[in-house]
Design a binder for this molecule. Sequence first.
Ligand code: C5P
Length: 402
Amino acid sequence: MSANLKGKHIILGITGGIAAYKSVMLLRLLIKAGAEVQVVITPNGKEFITPVTLSALSGKPVVSEFFSANTGEWHSHVDLGLWADAMVVAPATASSIAKMANGVADNMLITTYLSAKAPVFIAPAMDLDMMAHPSTTRNLELLRSYGNHIIEAASGELASHLTGKGRMEEPEKIVEVLDRFFAKGSSLRGKRVMITAGPTIERIDPVRYIGNFSTGKMGYALAEEAASRGAEVILVSGPVAIEARTPGIKVVKVESALEMLAACKEAFKDSDIAIMAAAVADYRPANPHDHKIKREHEGIDNIELIKNPDIAAALGAEKRDGQKLVGFALETDHALENGGEKLSRKNLDMIVVNSLADKGAGFGTDTNKVTLLFREGRAPESFPLKSKTAVASDILEAILSL
Ligand code: C5P
């Protein structure tokens, strides 16, 4: 059952598609699950389903215009956006998807969408050719990049009597998606999670550095996933090209291993969980120059290096009862053996082992294939190749089980 929807404030956005008739069932199921639902409908939506039905079922007047026709009262999309725990747009037509993706705020539903601080779920419904058009694909991609959740359309018979992808997902399924989201959403509430991500870069001189190929994707995926489970996240990040999107993530930008160490020691003090996903440079130049080294006169064929501190091990030595410390081990061979050795040497509670020998695992990819190793008595857990987001979810579930 959908126990996690009880008391939740949901905005149900309805746009002008045949599938709007299914929104009535969706509304009924949400109300039955104990949610408080405010329907916002587009002018076209009203051609398909009447506000009277919707307000009778939701127990609230349906919002459609910027002003109430009777009283002249202004409907505040800002207040609505703040009230909501989630917004669901179902059905979402090609046109509304395009407007949401591009901020075309010409009706109450789109202004509400733009004001919504809560997570947004979008269930597209349209004919198969519209669904497959590059314009729709691009707009959905944009919405995904804003952190919105797309509830993929199903395949089957469409209103046009053609068969293909474009059917709005069934109301029961949409309720399931929301229920799962809220169940997960509170699993790290009240916890402070510190995560390191990306490479560190070690200056040789003002223009040159020693670095590595880490893109930060795994660490950022962990931060997004932890934040969406309600954690307060401190993401200590080396230089990367990506950004954290989910509210609740505080990013501390660092460059070198020494800077990362200082930021981690500070953040670890009041953290419940620390996950070390950064690829810290093993060495740094012993004497970084403050001017550009002249190749011709000074030469750069001999750079003296000194070892960087092991940040994970430093936190492992300071770890208090109740704090959980998790590391990564990126190996090319003897992955499990080496991972196990690091687990005990660095005083970790769990280590995520990935092997560069596995296709799709490691640096730069959007996927990863991991094995989790635990302390004495618990058997390793291996997972198949998955998106880094899904891997992040598996890792956090495992941490919660420690
Ligand atoms: O020893 P190795 O570099 O393989 O260990 C990997 C794990 O230790 C990762 O969790 C990494 O983030 C962490 N680490 C660290 N500081 C270092 C080296 C590694 O925190 N100097």
